[in-house]
Design a protein around this ligand. Structure first.
Ligand code: 13P
Length: 252
């Protein structure tokens, strides 16, 4: 059975003090939820990862980074490497988020090298991709998603896929309040699973968790998560308060 995952991408939100407060609240809330085959992950900012990972050590909550550099170390001012993440007990990293692609010019090629560096350091990757509105309107969305996945991931051996989580995040649905309909999400997720099945054996495609992200809220989570190929969510805004995030976890 595929693992269900609810992951909160905190983006550039929460100070150290606010991080401590929210993690504390989340720990209490998550304790009360029965997590049947479900992982709960939070991704605070770099400066707060160590504190969050210490605070969640004995809880069901896991901590992920939002990005990393592809090199091990060196003259890359402002960057953080895979080894540095591992050294503060972070085992998962989000790569390829549309905000990284758009504002920081991250290409498929660069992302392929980040994925390799993450896997070489035994980090699990939540790999994000998704089309912009024009692609959806022109019917190009499947092609765009296909090339994003192929270019960054299809050089991997099938064994590496046990460390890959896919996250479909249509850019037009991120932070806009507009969500893909559950049917649109299911259609794309089924397409992605088929794509993976064509390249690898079906045990890879059947095992890989595919998350949906883009304006998931307590009010729409249950319906989106009910779809066959939707294995959970990557949550932005609604991950920033304990009530909404716990309601979304319960919805799965
Ligand atoms: P929102 O849930 O705020 O739309 O953000 C989604 C997202 O980008 C998660 O990575």
């Amino acid at each position: 059975m595929r693992t269900k995952i609810v992951a909160g991408n905190w983006k550039m939100n929460k100070t150290y003090q606010e991080t401590k407060a929210l993690v504390k609240e989340l720990k209490h809330a998550v304790k009360e939820i029965s997590l049947d085959n479900t992982r709960v992950i939070i991704a605070p900012t770099f400066v707060n990862l160590q504190k969050a990972s210490k605070m969640t050590k004995s809880s069901a909550i896991e901590v992920a980074a939002q990005n990393m550099h592809q090199e091990a170390n060196g003259a890359y001012t402002g960057e953080i490497s895979a080894q540095m993440l591992k050294s503060v007990y972070v085992d998962t990293v989000i790569l390829g988020h549309s905000e990284r692609r758009e504002y920081f010019g991250e290409s498929d090629e660069l992302l392929a090298s980040k994925v390799d560096a993450a896997l070489a350091n035994d980090l699990e990757v939540i790999f994000c991709f998704g089309e912009v509105l024009e692609d959806r309107k022109s019917g190009n969305h499947f092609k765009v998603v296909e090339s994003q996945i192929k270019n960054a991931l299809f050089h991997l051996e099938s064994g590496a896929w046990s460390k890959i989580i896919l996250a479909y995040e249509p850019v037009w649905a991120i932070g806009t309040g507009e969500t893909a309909t559950p049917d649109q999400a299911q259609e794309m997720h089924a397409f992605i699973r088929e794509l993976v099945a064509e390249r690898y054996l079906s045990d890879v495609s059947e095992e890989v968790s595919i998350l949906y992200g883009g304006s998931v809220k307590p009010g729409n989570a249950e319906e989106i998560f009910s779809k066959n190929d939707v294995d959970g969510g990557l949550i932005g805004g609604a991950a920033l308060n304990v009530d909404d995030f716990s309601a979304i976890i319960k919805a799965i």
